[in-house]
Design a protein around this ligand. Sequence first.
Ligand code: MTE
Ligand code: MO
Length: 317
Amino acid sequence: MLIRHASDIASSEITDYQLYLNRRSFLMGMAALVLSPTRSAVAAPPAGAPLSAARNEQFALEDSPTSFENITTYNNFWEFGPNKDDPARLAHLLKPRPWTVQVDGHVARPRRYDIDELARLFPLEERVYRLRCVEGWSMVIPWIGYPLASLVKRVEPTSKARFVEFTTLHDPAQFPGQRKSLLSFSSLDWPYVEGLRLDEALHSLTLLTFGLYGQVLPNQDGAPIRIVAPWKYGFKSAKSIVRIRFVSEQPKTAWEKAAPSEYGFYSNVNPAVDHPRWSQATERRIGEFRRRKTLMFNGYTDQVAALYTGMDLQRNF
Ligand SMILES: Nc1nc2c(c(=O)[nH]1)N[C@H]1C(S)=C(S)[C@@H](COP(=O)(O)O)O[C@H]1N2
Ligand SMILES: [Mo]
């Protein structure tokens, strides 16, 4: 058992998460009123609207969650710009309702889902996961969603489906980072595309995510729907997705296209495989100053190692 000294834990973190837990029971009562089936069918939940979900204790962590403030002001979302504060500053430009997600490709039951229907297809759970960015920082985030596997099974992939491709919205009117400009950072080929192998997509850790910290996903965190695969570097968790496509060939991902020698398809968190330009052995938890050792598969080895038996993880980075 790991013993943490009180001085290791920023007091801001404790109050933030404690406050959240205290408010949570109140908010869940409110959510039952506000998001009653008859009302939520017509009214779009505004940013910050409560989203109720039962906490799944199976995913409880010793690490205290990162503050809501840090989770929503220190972001990577290149569609808004290259700086950590661009997403929070420009998030108001994104309109997460109305929104549809096209689910197609090699499936028996392709469909275009309205976001509010999709969010209600299966019971929502709260799961606290670590998030490790390839840049060397990390967070602990109480997400709300349901296993992507539930949706995958519902649309019935055919035998041709071997990979799942996720595509982010492409709309320069809402995403200034997608505008063509000589000044803007232009190394990504829009739209942002990510992918998982079908067995990774079916893994019980992979979460189709609609909220965090007891509320609807803030725009800067990928509203209205994103993927979270916590044993992989953060960039695999595509935000604001509009399409989930089942394909037979390994998708060409946005980061692979931009820098194939730096970002592979698998991108499993691995302290033993360095990025060509920096070490991946340690990380800084946002809100802390010391560096922590990065854990193999971001600490989820027991759950996911079997997916990669017999694979050379040095080559399949
Ligand atoms: N569409 C899209 N999804 C994205 C990104 C992005 O730039 N665009 N950044 C990724 C990266 S690098 C990380 S670390 C996480 C960050 O998620 P957060 O800002 O909610 O913590 O989102 C990932 N998903
Ligand atoms: Mo990242």
